[in-house]
Design a protein around this ligand. Structure first.
Ligand code: KG4
Ligand code: ZN
Length: 333
């Protein structure tokens, strides 16, 4: 008999539900919240309220698309953390209530583990051990995986995440939040004519706060000379900043691959949708004979399919949780 898992993801500003049948994605519905754009960032209270509005229709749509009903479900999975507490609580409460009413197992999933395991949403699957660069709005990590539940953080950001570097740059340039996709689009038309610093630490950690400050001072200086500088040079500024962020990420990934001798390399998280990063990653992979893995965009950004895929591994190991489980904004890795 098939195992059907309903997975819920509500850690930040997108409400998502997915149905997984025996480790295969049947549906992956994402409702993107647009209420935050005018504030230039995610407003936690607004996000929780939007999750409350969207969760039932999103779950309903996921079931319909998969062609199953709640009575077919074998388990309910949810993101326990890390994320915004109010947002997480909506998903956690929904999942607990549904599992209780159906009397089926409940599976908690760590959001960052799920980003990495999103590579198992589609074939070809990476072989263990593999390294994964997870780059999102909240995290920047290089993870070493020996199995689905043996993961080690080799390095991570000590301040801003890569996605934040994109979003904060966008804010300085007057672009809408989240600015990553827009910077990606504009960068394609520009050239990297401006130089920004690349933080180079000895270990595998990242830092993006210095870049942010240097962009701020750079823009202040240039705007004094020419008040239309941003308008006139937007595509070139975007290209220069994007290339700097990509270089920072790729250098560490190369270092990690060389020192661990692992050549199965993956990237994940919302920023891995960046076309410049994808191109650069593929180039390096070719030059270094890496087996490279980039999930489809659908599985890169926040989505419930990655929660369901992770939950399926846990289901097979009977790794369930009980009704006492609570949302954890700072869930340890
Ligand atoms: O993984 P994600 O959907 O959410 C979490 O933060 O967990 O990542 C969102 C981040 C945002 O910072 C957004 O600006 C960035 O991913 N992003 C991009 C692109 N698409 C999304 N950054 C650069 N280029 C893109 N194409
Ligand atoms: Zn995420």
């Amino acid at each position: 008999m098939s195992v059907f898992i309903l997975a819920i993801e509500s850690s930040c500003d997108d409400t998502s539900a997915s149905i997984i049948q025996d480790g295969r994605v049947l549906s992956n519905i994402v409702s993107v919240q647009t209420a935050h754009a005018e504030y230039g960032g995610v407003v936690p209270e607004l996000a929780s309220r939007e999750h409350q509005i969207h969760i039932v229709p999103v779950v309903d749509a996921a079931l319909k698309k998969a062609g199953i009903s709640v009575s077919d479900l074998s388990a309910v999975a949810f993101t326990r953390g890390p994320g915004l507490l109010g947002s997480l609580i909506v998903g956690v409460t929904f999942a607990k209530t549904l599992a209780l009413s159906l009397n089926i197992p409940l599976i908690e999933v760590h959001h960052m583990h799920a980003h990495v395991l999103a590579h198992f949403a589609e074939k070809p699957y990476p072989e263990y051990p593999f390294l994964c660069l997870t780059v999102s709005g909240g995290h920047t990590q290089i993870i070493k995986l020996d199995s689905y539940n043996e993961m080690e953080i080799l390095g991570q950001t000590v301040d801003d995440a890569a996605g934040e570097a994109f979003d904060k740059t966008g804010k300085m340039l007057g672009l809408d939040y989240p600015a990553g996709p827009e910077i990606d689009k504009l960068a394609k038309q520009g050239i990297a004519k401006y130089e920004f610093p690349i933080a180079d630490m000895d270990n595998y950690d990242f830092s993006f706060s210095g870049l942010k400050t240097s962009i701020l001072y750079f823009l202040r200086k240039k705007l004094k000379e020419d008040p239309n500088f941003i308008e006139n040079e937007l595509v070139n500024i975007c290209r220069s900043v994007q290339d700097t962020i990509i270089e920072t990420l790729i250098r560490k990934l190369i270092k990690a691959s060389e020192e661990t001798k692992i050549i199965n390399i993956a990237i994940a998280g919302g920023v891995s949708a960046n076309s410049g990063l994808r191109d650069r990653f593929n180039e390096e992979a070719k030059a270094r004979s890496w087996n490279a893995f980039i999930p489809d965009f659908e599985f890169c950004r926040d989505n419930a399919a990655m929660i369901g895929i992770t939950a399926y591994f846990k289901y097979l190991d009977k790794d369930f949780c009980d009704q006492g489980v609570t949302a954890e904004a700072r869930l340890p890795f």
